[in-house]
Design a binder for this molecule. Structure first.
Ligand code: PEP
Ligand code: MG
Length: 316
């Protein structure tokens, strides 16, 4: 299986009938870029910028330090896409100088974009650094905010990007059920969506992603989660915009086919998974992926959804 995956491990991601699904890498910084390029990533679908903030527990990194790190990642994908997520601090990624220490429920408190809107200086520095890093490069820069709940959040982020003079597409992560349910309204403010299925599962099932005892509810095959993916993808299609997935769900080859069938337009994952996803996707047509997606959504449990999709894709 490994051999077959590697044999098909070059070229752009696509179904067997040529429906393109760009396969992008999740990276945490310049150190991850070589592996992503080797795996044939068509770009970066999620650059988690938190790593830059871990060295110093009291201050944000300087603009200069940020420009340097961002530029290294952007330069690795000339002509490619790079989707940078602005700082996602709080909850499972606390930062001493930004995250309130006294919240009873940090996952439901000030985290992600909420933190940045409370610290506009930190957001401004990051956006300015991104604008400078992209200057003169042919790269196709996209910048997105984590934890967007509604149109008000999306507008606040887009305004901040415009104020920083950023020449990029601005997007919203869909990690909160409200964002999936009202995706069309959010798309009035931003140009793309990216589903963070790890947090979307956490908030859909009220199941902390860090608590193993509730991991059954973190299964991305849960039909309720698939419904929210479908709602987001349909909204993006209706608005003529893109909707990718950058959560762990994208790295499961069978689920990648189902996500494609649900209308997701790109898949971003840890680089090691790219050859397997590329190989599986290339064996099925878009229509088969759509049938697998419909079968999975018709199921009542995650296990049944997985089995139903598997039956559709292996029976054809
Ligand atoms: C997610 O929540 O699915 C996601 C991609 O972001 P993170 O895992 O960094 O919270
Ligand atoms: Mg997240």
């Amino acid at each position: 299986e490994r051999k077959a995956a590697l044999a098909a491990s070059s070229g752009p991601g696509a179904t067997s009938d040529g429906h393109k699904v760009p396969l992008l890498a999740n990276v945490g910084g310049p150190g991850d870029v070589a592996t992503a390029v080797d795996a044939g990533a068509e770009g970066v679908g999620l650059f988690r910028t938190e790593f830059l903030f871990l060295d110093d527990s009291k201050n944000a990194p300087s603009e200069e330090k940020q420009v340097d790190a961002y530029r290294q990642v952007l330069e690795a994908f000339p002509e490619g896409r790079v989707v940078v997520r602005v700082l996602d601090a709080g909850a499972d990624k606390p930062l001493d100088f930004l995250t309130p220490a006294d919240e009873p429920n940090p996952a439901l408190g000030v985290r992600g974009l909420r933190t940045l809107l409370d610290h506009p200086d930190v957001l401004r520095t990051q956006l300015t650094a991104l604008a400078k890093a992209a200057e003169g490069l042919p790269v196709y820069l996209e910048v997105m905010a984590p934890m967007v709940a509604d149109r008000t959040d999306a507008k606040a982020f887009a305004d901040a990007c415009r104020e920083a003079g950023l020449q990029a597409k601005f997007g919203a992560m869909v990690e909160i059920p409200s964002a999936a349910l009202r995706a069309r309204s959010i798309l009035q403010e931003v140009e793309f969506l990216s589903l963070g299925t790890n947090d979307l599962a956490q908030y859909t099932f009220a199941a902390d992603r860090q608590v193993g005892a509730v991991s059954r509810l973190q299964d991305p095959w849960q039909p309720a989660l698939l419904d929210l993916v479908a709602a987001s993808a349909e909204a993006a299609k209706a608005e003529g915009k893109s909707c990718g997935v950058c959560g762990e769900a994208a790295s499961d080859p069978l689920l990648a086919c189902v996500l494609t069938g649900l209308g997701v337009t790109s898949l971003s994952m840890g680089a090691a998974s790219i050859p397997y996803v590329r190989s599986t996707l290339s064996k099925h047509t878009l229509a088969q992926c759509e049938r697998a997606a419909a079968a999975a959504r018709a199921a009542d449990t995650a296990d049944d959804a997985r089995a139903a999709a598997q039956a559709v894709l292996s029976g054809e």
